[in-house]
Ligand binder design. Structure first.
Ligand code: G3H
Ligand code: 13P
Ligand code: NA
Ligand code: ZN
Length: 328
């Protein structure tokens, strides 16, 4: 059954677990997530980016979400707009049946340039007011995602924004977070603490200098009742890199966010953990393997089924690691 982000994360906070929010663009990813959730009795957040909505078509995506909810009636399902950049994006998502929206006002509407604080407060507050009128939840974002390693802020498309930012600019300010939540009344707050989107987050396993977990702890102390969201939380497992590269891929060595760091975040108020890249890599490894092992194969299902299975296994692992399992 469909559930809002607020309802789900309130339950998660009460019981001390986190919920992975997996991105989808197609049926196979949707089925993989729901199959994993059913196998471990976990509630689900499925999110769609603006890119997913234009890739799959709004109507297709909306009916797919309804279908997933109907196929798995016992799994609580939150349908979330990932990185909404404007009021129309957020409100149209709600009209298509999404139960939650992210208004990402940390960037301007071009989704590339860091926005100023007043812009972020104003647009997030407006979306929050409108979404709450109709019972949908809202996630806001404060702070610019990007690597503390390179000082590079990140635009939504995963490419670096112009110019290097200082350490401070790349981290959410805890006092500003308190003001932001009070003024916008968001249900969940995405924070910047050194992660970035995509596969290329860190050039070595991150430690306390390049992954600022202490920022989470401080924000949680000041905002104990706000659900925190970690973006850019793929772990980029070595095994998935190896599968891709064993079968002709050319991904340079890279490091993601270690699962143990996410688990530490969950102990300090992180309730929603955004994961897209790991799912993409799990599927792509299988596409490459089938193409290489069975070069005569041309039935797309022979590629998509192993890809779906690999994504299902990845999702199930995260449900177990984050404590989501057993809470449906
Ligand atoms: O935030 C980024 C998500 O991974 C979605 O990516 O905009 O390529 O669909 P996308
Ligand atoms: P990853 O690229 O680390 O999977 O992050 C996804 C994300 O934050 C979507 O909003
Ligand atoms: Na989001
Ligand atoms: Zn994100």
């Amino acid at each position: 059954a469909k559930i809002t982000l607020r309802q789900l994360l309130d339950h998660a906070a009460e019981h001390g677990y986190g919920v992975p929010a997996f991105n989808i663009n197609n049926m196979e990813q949707g089925l993989a997530i729901m199959d994993a959730a059913k196998s471990v009795d976990a509630p689900v957040i499925i999110q769609a980016s603006r890119g997913a909505r234009s890739y799959a078509n709004d109507i297709m995506l909306a009916k797919m979400m309804e279908a997933l909810s109907e196929i798995y009636p016992d799994i609580p399902l939150c349908i979330h707009q990932d990185h909404g950049n404007s009021e129309p994006t957020c409100l149209s998502a709600i009209r298509y049946g999404f139960t939650s929206v992210m208004m990402d006002g940390s960037l301007k509407a071009d989704a590339k340039t860091p926005a100023d604080y007043d812009y972020n407060v104003e647009i997030t507050e407006r979306v929050s007011r409108m979404a709450h009128w109709v019972g949908a939840s809202v996630e806001g974002e404060l702070g610019v995602l990007g690597s503390l390693e390179s000082g590079q802020a990140e635009a939504e498309d995963g490419h670096g924004a112009e110019g290097a930012l200082s350490h401070d600019q790349l981290l959410t300010d805890p006092d500003q977070a308190v003001d932001f939540v009070a003024r916008t009344k968001v249900d969940a707050l995405a924070i910047a603490m050194g992660t970035s989107h995509g596969a290329y987050k860190f050039s070595r396993k991150p430690d306390g200098d390049i992954l600022a977990m202490n920022v989470i702890e401080e924000i949680h102390r000041k905002l104990p009742n706000t659900h925190l969201v970690m973006h850019g939380s793929s772990s980029v497992p070595q095994e998935l890199q190896d599968v891709i590269n064993r079968f002709g891929g050319e991904m340079p060595q890279t490091y993601g966010v270690p699962v143990e760091e996410i688990v530490r975040g969950i102990k300090h108020g992180v309730r929603k953990v955004n994961i897209d890249t790991d799912c993409r890599m799990a599927m792509t490894g299988q596409f490459r393997r089938i193409a290489s092992e069975n070069p005569q194969e041309f039935d797309p299902r022979k590629f998509l089924k192993p890809a779906m299975d690999a994504m299902r296994d990845l999702c199930r692992e995260r449900f177990e690691q984050f404590g989501t399992a057993g809470n449906a």
